[in-house]
Design a protein around this ligand. Structure first.
Ligand SMILES: NC(=O)c1ccc[n+]([C@@H]2O[C@H](COP(=O)([O-])OP(=O)(O)OC[C@H]3O[C@@H](n4cnc5c(N)ncnc54)[C@H](OP(=O)(O)O)[C@@H]3O)[C@@H](O)[C@H]2O)c1
Length: 246
């Protein structure tokens, strides 16, 4: 395996779009999500079923994936922390403790633990290494009803900048980027459009984006993320946005 992608949340949506872009460039792909996608299995994607809110199980999963990578070091290895959830859309005081904790675990703690495992397990590799955290415009802009989502995405923006700073000071450290995909036509957007307006004041804006055909498609977003991963002019620690239709 000369080029390797490890991605969370590859089973559908943006993750599936990203996987298609990397498969087209002959990457070996390892995906972690709760369910597996039979189409991706036929394309040779190695899928591990794991609920990433169980953050204590991540280290063992990464050890297993690295054991499958073989003894020959790759030239390039990329980790994309993509799995994410809006969680329950409501005012913070109406969201259960379990939902707050599960959403924050998936969106922020899992990317931290995955990144830590990735850095340690590839520490002695000379390969070019990149960590990409899939963020959101919601990291910077507060939305009524999205307190957990917005704050978890803000956390991974700062994670990106902090780990980039650390990795610049170790030999052959990883490059770290955060990329916001824009508003993309996935199940996450269906969930938004099905929210009660009392719980999400910006509902009509997202309904209009769908109705006017202004949503980005996951395949194009995957290709743009691939290009950003391979653009050596982009400095580590950058927080980027896919320039799509919205
Ligand atoms: N769509 C947008 O407009 C948009 C905008 C900005 C940012 N984003 C970000 O883009 C990323 C992907 O979103 P998407 O729109 O593609 O969402 P999606 O269609 O809902 O897909 C989410 C992915 O995450 C996985 N996942 C969810 N919960 C999980 C869990 N507990 N453990 C393991 N995997 C889990 C899902 O797989 P399983 O169900 O098989 O577990 C799926 O592969 C997220 O980080 C999201 O915040 C999306």
């Amino acid at each position: 395996m000369k080029k390797i992608l490890i991605i969370t949340g590859g089973s559908k949506g943006i993750g599936e779009g990203i996987i298609k872009a990397y498969l087209a460039k002959e990457f070996a792909v390892f995906s972690i999500s709760r369910t597996t996608n039979p189409h991706l299995a036929r394309l040779g994607v190695v899928q591990t079923a794991l609920d990433l809110t169980k953050v204590n199980e991540i280290q063992a999963t990464f050890e297993h994936i690295f054991s499958l990578c073989g003894e020959n070091e790759p030239q390039k290895i990329t980790l994309i922390n993509n799995a994410g959830t809006l969680g329950e859309i409501a005012m913070l005081n109406e969201i259960s403790t379990t939902d707050i904790s599960d959403a924050f675990n998936l969106n922020a703690i899992a990317p931290m633990v995955c990144s830590s495992a990735f850095i340690n397990l590839s520490k002695h590799w000379k390969a070019s290494k990149t960590i990409i955290n899939i963020t959101s415009g919601a990291a910077l802009k507060p939305y009524f009803g999205w307190s957990v989502y917005c704050s978890s995405k803000a956390a991974i923006n700062m994670l990106t900048q902090t780990v980039a700073l650390e990795q610049q000071q170790v030999a052959n450290g990883a490059k770290v980027l955060a990329i916001a995909p824009g508003v993309v036509d996935t199940d996450m957007q269906s969930q938004i459009r099905n929210t009660d307006e009392a719980n999400f004041k910006d509902l009509q804006r997202f309904v209009a984006l769908k109705e006017t055909g202004a949503l980005n498609d996951a395949t194009t977003v995957g290709e743009e993320i691939f290009k950003m991963d391979h653009n050596s002019d982009i400095p580590s620690g950058s927080i980027l946005r896919v320039e799509g239709k919205n």
